[in-house]
Design a protein. Structure first.
Ligand SMILES: *[C@@H]1O[C@H](CO)[C@@H](O)[C@H](O)[C@H]1NC(C)=O
Ligand SMILES: *[C@@H]1O[C@H](CO)[C@@H](O)[C@H](O)[C@H]1NC(C)=O
Ligand SMILES: *[C@@H]1O[C@H](CO)[C@@H](O)[C@H](O)[C@H]1NC(C)=O
Ligand SMILES: *[C@@H]1O[C@H](CO)[C@@H](O)[C@H](O)[C@H]1NC(C)=O
Ligand SMILES: *[C@@H]1O[C@H](CO)[C@@H](O)[C@H](O)[C@H]1NC(C)=O
Ligand SMILES: *[C@@H]1O[C@H](CO)[C@@H](O)[C@H](O)[C@H]1NC(C)=O
Ligand SMILES: [Cu+2]
Length: 647
């Protein structure tokens, strides 16, 4: 009996497991309010979190495939508006184009769980001729480092026809999201919500709202009318650059075709008069335009960002950069009726005046003095009185007393460790990001990745003059298969640098950091003046944002670094924790944290075309012996260049 015929045992276990898993399968669509509030289906992971119940297993089956907006499933939408809500009908902004989709939804299926639930997602890649991998943006993956979803950093990409099972514990709360980290797929539709809730009495701002409902997510994405690949590297004559054609709110909206607006339905957020709602806002943006969100007739109170609670801040409007999340409270106390949700593109989108609308709808309105939807307010939106207060203004133009409020001026609602506020860092790094411009001669010298800017420049993206390239095998799971000579060499300051003092190179940019060291990083924009605020996102961690601003005339990044070597200072006495921060144009952001999560973690600009051309580094936290063992049977990949015998 002992040698339990190994194969048979394995098969027995495998099939038992899959039968078991199917009973944890979550619905494809968000559940409605009543099912959620009454906890009517005990199997649902989207539920009101209760600190005393055991964590659940939440299982999802996703298929990624080539798909289209306004497919057969849409029937005669938008002529028949009902049909626009058919299962598998993706309307987007009413422009017909090919997309990539997960389970034929846009955004893809939501993951909504309670803290400490176990999330299992089977990703089946049905796309023609593409690989994929999914990153769980905001989830630390402590203990499940192999599930972070960064190609060639934590795993091999998932090949066409393969299924990869992501399996992790939702170990940090918040409004997060998921998206493909492979190529440009996120911009074509491979993205969706991921919410990790806690019991309301665990939320320091829990008394500020009555409801935190699945239907109150506001998922913001930018949208092209061609596929993302059609803008990469970018055409020279027809529509150069990568600017968004429109934005989507919860996958919906309208756009102009010529001078004619499409007629697809707007996203609608339903509320009842007198109630207070938590709205979870996700900046699933890819291109360089931040978006400014305003709800006509309503102020909003910001209570969290990137999964971390902040002291409530009441504002009129909110600017969201790629990768950022904000949780706000909306009090439905204006005249009952309908109000526009206005989303306007900034930076390069000011010129193109790209904007989108949604509708805030008071339900079961009873008075006869209803607030009707005003005419389309256009790009400019609503009048802004002098007292108008905007959170997260561009360029961090937020000097106290002005109407801007920067993330550095928010207060953390949790205690901030003393060492963050008072101790000089063990490591103080300057990371300067920018672009390498190819003239036509250097362009032909090598096959470096580049993109064509709207001004027809040929650019590759860099951090400390290095354009990141992927190794042939994942650093985390196959470090031994990554040849040392493709890693960037380390310079005197302990940071990787270009070989031979070159001012530009491509290599695998890995920065080694001691587990638990107190790290400070100055993220610094070295590109010539532009109106871009590059949002930097860290994997596996969050950081305290101590300061941000534009350099004063004559001040250099090196000056700032030098002053910070002997000077601990934070704009806020209780700085907030974030995992994504928009670095002011021609400026800097100072971030500080103690990395306690061992692994290989990506730190990168969240603009998609910048990360695709190298504006990234990998932070190697700790040593191989600190990492969990590679999961059994974990897929392997690499180059195949055997020696050639010429005899
Ligand atoms: C949590 O669940 C238990 C058991 O179902 C129930 O008795 C309790 O009232 C719940 N607590 C909260 C805060 O909802
Ligand atoms: C409109 O679409 C709905 C949903 O597909 C369908 O049931 C209904 O028959 C359609 N109505 C008309 C007039 O086509
Ligand atoms: C609001 O109206 C809908 C549809 O008429 C109804 O189902 C729902 O119960 C109403 N809700 C309240 C709180 O009255
Ligand atoms: C990085 O490149 C810039 C511009 O080419 C150059 O001025 C600078 O010296 C370079 N830095 C290093 C460390 O090579
Ligand atoms: C931000 O600063 C840059 C200069 O670095 C400037 O060109 C741009 O107009 C500023 N943007 C705003 C919105 O003030
Ligand atoms: C410390 O830094 C702050 C802001 O970064 C600056 O205002 C202050 O002058 C600095 N103090 C010293 C002694 O360098
Ligand atoms: Cu960037």
């Amino acid at each position: 009996m002992l040698p339990c015929v190994l194969l048979a045992c394995a098969i027995g276990v495998a099939s038992a497991t899959s039968v078991l898993l199917n009973s944890y399968l979550q619905p494809n669509d968000d559940i409605d309010r009543n099912t959620y509030l009454l906890n009517a289906k005990s199997n649902n992971c989207a539920r009101i979190c209760n600190g005393t119940e055991a964590p659940k297993i939440c299982y999802y089956q996703w298929t990624i495939e080539n798909y289209v907006t306004l497919s057969e499933a849409c029937d005669n939408c938008p002529l028949n508006v009902t049909a626009c809500y058919n299962a598998q009908c993706i309307t987007a902004d009413g422009y017909e184009r090919s997309i990539l989709s997960v389970n034929r939804k846009l955004p893809g299926p939501s993951i909504e769980v309670c803290l400490r639930d176990r999330v299992i997602v089977d990703i089946t890649n049905n796309m023609a001729g593409r690989t994929t991998s999914i990153h769980w943006h905001g989830v630390f993956q402590k203990g499940s480092q192999y599930m972070d979803g960064v190609p060639m950093v934590t795993q091999c990409t998932i090949h066409e026809g393969d299924t990869f099972r992501y399996d992790f514990i939702a170990n940090n709360e918040g409004t997060h999201f998921w998206h493909s980290h492979d190529g440009l797929q996120k911009l074509d539709g491979v993205t969706g919500n991921l919410v990790v809730r806690v019991p309301k009495n665990f939320d320091p701002n829990g008394q500020l709202y009555d409801f935190d409902l699945p239907e109150h997510k506001i998922f913001i994405s930018d949208w092209l009318h061609l596929s993302a690949d059609d803008h990469f590297p970018g055409l020279r004559a027809t529509n150069p650059g990568q600017d968004a054609n429109s934005f989507l709110i919860n996958g919906r909206g309208r756009t102009l075709i010529g001078t004619q607006s499409t007629n697809t339905p707007y996203a609608q957020i339903n509320v009842q008069w007198g109630r207070r709602y938590r709205l979870r806002i996700v900046g699933s943006l890819c291109t360089v335009c931040p978006t400014q969100l305003t709800i006509d007739g309503h102020k909003i109170t910001v209570i969290a960002t990137d999964g971390n609670s902040v002291a409530p801040a009441r504002v009129d409007s909110l600017i969201i950069y790629s990768g950022e999340r904000y949780d706000v409270v909306l009090e439905a106390t204006n005249t009952e009726g309908s109000y526009w949700i206005h989303l306007k593109g900034l930076a390069t989108c000011v010129g193109s005046r790209v904007y989108q609308l949604g509708v805030l709808q008071y339900e079961n309105t009873t008075t006869n003095k209803l607030h009707a939807l005003t005419p389309d307010p256009g790009y400019d939106g609503f009048p802004q009185p002098a007292s108008y207060r905007v959170l997260n203004p561009e360029n961090a133009s937020c000097s106290i007393g002005s109407t801007g409020l920067c993330v550095t001026q928010l207060a953390n609602s949790d205690p901030v460790p003393r060492d963050i506020l008072t101790q000089l860092p063990d490591i103080n790094y300057l990371l300067q990001f920018g672009f390498e411009t190819f003239d036509s001669r250097s362009f032909f010298k090598a096959y470096d990745r580049y993109f064509v800017s709207p001004f027809l420049e040929l650019l590759s993206s860099t951090v400390n003059n290095i354009s990141f390239v992927s190794p042939p095998s994942p650093l985390l799971s196959q470090r031994g298969d990554v040849p040392d000579d493709i890693l960037c060499p380390t310079g005197a300051d302990g940071l990787p640098q270009c070989p031979g003092g070159n001012s530009y190179c491509t290599c695998v940019h890995v920065i080694k950091i001691k587990l638990g060291a107190l790290v400070q990083i100055i993220l610094s924009d070295q590109s010539p003046k532009s109106d871009l605020n590059h949002p930097f996102h860290i994997h596996g961690h969050a950081f305290y944002v101590l300061g941000m601003g534009q350099y004063a005339a004559g001040q250099t990044a090196q000056d700032l670094l030098n002053s910070l070597k002997s000077n601990v200072s934070s704009v806020s006495p209780a700085p907030v924790l974030k995992d994504t921060v928009a670095v002011p144009s021609g400026g800097y952001a100072i971030i500080k944290f103690r990395p306690k999560n061992p692994g290989y973690w990506f730190l990168h600009c969240h603009f998609l075309y910048h990360v695709a051309t190298g504006m990234s580094v990998v932070l190697q936290v700790g040593e191989t012996s600190d990492y969990p063992p590679t999961p059994d049977g974990f897929p392997k990949c690499g180059s195949f260049t055997p020696p050639v015998n010429t005899n």
